[in-house]
Design a protein around this ligand. Structure first.
Ligand code: F6P
Length: 363
C-alpha cells in the first residue's frame, strides 16, 4: 500500500503528532507514506511531495505547526488564477489533483483539516478519491467529534494569558478586554474565561447588552476589587447587532473576524469612565507545543486513520466519542458546527460563580 498525508486550513497544535502516528502505524504495516506539502498545493506544483519515513517523523510529537506546511487558501475546487489583466478567476483543479494522485499509484489520502478542508476532502471523495479525514481545529466547533486536538492547548495558552492580566489590571485599577479566537463558536473564550476567573465572558452564542456588561463592571468597582477582566470571543456581538470584522481585511474584500476587544474597550471607557485597555491574543493560541491531552488525541487520531484505511473504510473521518475513537462518514460530519449550549453545565457553573455573559436582566 502507498498512502499520502496532507494538512490543510489553519494549523493547530497536534498536527505533527497525527502525522507521526500515521507514519509509524502505516510503515509498521509495511506501507509507503508520502507527504503532500501545503495542503493540496504540493500536488499541483513541482517538488511538492516528500517521502515520510520513520526517520522523518522522529522527535516531532511535541512540535507545533506542521512539517508538511498548510494553507487556508487555494482549495483545488476553487483555485485562484491571476489573469493577464490582473483579475483573479477561481478554477476547479480537482481533476488534476485526482489524476496526479493516481499517477503516483497511491491507495489512500489521509486529509487532516478543519471543516473547510474536510469539505474539500468530501468533494474529492465523491469524485472517486479514496480519503480518510482527521478533524482538527483549535475552535472545537465540529459537531461530529467531541473534541478536536489543538483546542485544549489553545485554552491553556489563553488561560495563562488571562491569568497574567489580573495583576496588571489590579495594579492600575483598569478594565482589561482580551479577544480570543473561535470564529462563530465561543468554546475557547468560555473554557479559558472560566478557568482564568474572568468577570465577563462574551460569546457568539449569547448576544450581549452593553448596559448589562457595564453594570457588572461598575459593580466590580463600587462593591468589589476595583478592576475587571472581560474575555470576548472574536465572533461575539451585541444583541441586535452583528460581529466585528477587521477593517484592513474588509478593505481587501476579505471577511476576517477581529476588532471586538478594541471596540468594546472604547465603549466601556466612554460609558463607565474607568480606564480600559484591550489586547488580541490572536495566533499565539495556535502556536507552540501541544499539551499532553492534544498530543494523545492527535496520536490516537493518526493511528485510527491508518486503521480505517486498512479496513477499507474510506470516505470516513475519525472522531472522538469517549472512550473510543470511531469512524463517522464524512458526509455526515462536514458542515455541522458545534456551538456552546447556552443552558449547558459550564455556562450554568459560570453564572453561579458570578460570571456575567452580558445578558443579565435582559430576558
Ligand atoms: O479556525 C481557526 C482560526 O484560528 C480561527 O479561530 C480564526 O478566526 C482563524 O482561524 C484565523 O485564520 P487565519 O490564520 O487566516 O488568520
Amino acid at each position: 500500500m502507498k498512502i499520502a498525508i496532507n494538512t490543510g486550513g489553519g494549523d493547530a497544535p497536534g498536527l505533527n503528532a497525527v502525522i507521526r502516528a500515521a507514519v509509524l502505524s502505516a510503515t509498521g504495516l509495511g506501507w509507503s507514506v508520502y507527504g503532500i506539502l501545503r495542503g493540496y498545493r504540493g500536488l499541483l506544483e513541482e517538488g511538492g511531495v516528500v517521502d515520510l519515513t520513520r526517520d522523518s517523523v522522529r522527535g516531532i510529537t511535541h512540535l507545533g505547526g506542521t512539517i508538511l506546511g498548510t494553507s487556508n487558501r487555494g482549495s483545488p475546487l476553487s483555485w485562484p488564477v491571476e489573469r493577464k489583466d490582473g483579475t483573479v478567476e477561481l478554477v476547479d483543479r480537482s481533476e488534476e489533483v485526482i489524476e496526479e494522485f493516481h499517477r503516483r499509484e497511491w491507495d489512500a489520502l489521509i486529509a487532516i483539516g478543519g471543516d473547510g478542508s474536510l469539505k474539500i476532502a468530501l468533494a474529492l471523495s465523491e469524485r472517486g478519491l479514496p480519503v480518510v479525514g482527521v478533524p482538527k481545529t483549535i475552535d472545537n466547533d465540529l459537531a461530529a467529534t467531541q473534541v478536536t486536538f489543538g483546542f485544549h492547548t489553545a485554552v491553556d495558552t489563553a488561560t495563562d494569558a488571562i491569568g497574567r492580566l489580573h495583576s496588571t489590571a489590579e495594579a492600575h485599577g483598569r478594565v482589561m478586554v482580551v479577544e480570543l479566537m473561535g470564529r462563530t463558536a465561543g468554546w475557547i473564550a468560555l473554557y479559558a474565561g472560566v478557568a482564568a476567573t474572568a468577570d465577563i465572558i462574551l460569546i457568539p452564542e449569547i448576544p450581549y447588552h452593553l448596559d448589562a456588561l457595564c453594570a457588572k463592571i461598575k459593580e466590580r468597582y463600587e462593591k468589589g476589587p476595583g478592576f475587571a477582566i472581560v474575555v470576548a470571543a472574536e465572533g461575539a456581538f451585541e444583541a441586535g447587532g452583528s460581529a466585528t470584522f477587521q477593517e484592513t481585511a474588509q478593505a481587501r474584500g476579505e471577511h476576517r473576524l477581529g476588532g471586538i476587544a478594541e471596540k468594546l474597550a472604547l465603549q466601556i471607557e466612554e460609558r463607565t469612565g474607568y480606564e480600559t485597555r484591550s489586547l488580541v491574543l490572536g495566533h499565539l493560541q495556535r502556536g507552540g507545543e501541544p499539551n499532553a491531552y492534544d498530543r494523545l488525541l492527535a496520536l490516537r487520531f493518526g493511528s485510527a486513520a491508518v486503521e480505517l484505511v486498512r479496513e477499507g473504510r474510506l470516505g470516513c473521518m475519525v472522531a472522538l466519542h469517549p472512550p473510543e475513537v470511531l469512524a463517522v462518514p464524512l458526509k455526515e460530519a462536514v458542515g455541522k458546527l458545534k456551538l456552546v449550549p447556552t443552558d449547558g453545565d459550564l455556562v450554568r457553573t459560570a453564572r453561579s460563580i458570578g460570571v456575567s455573559f452580558g445578558d443579565e436582566g435582559t430576558d
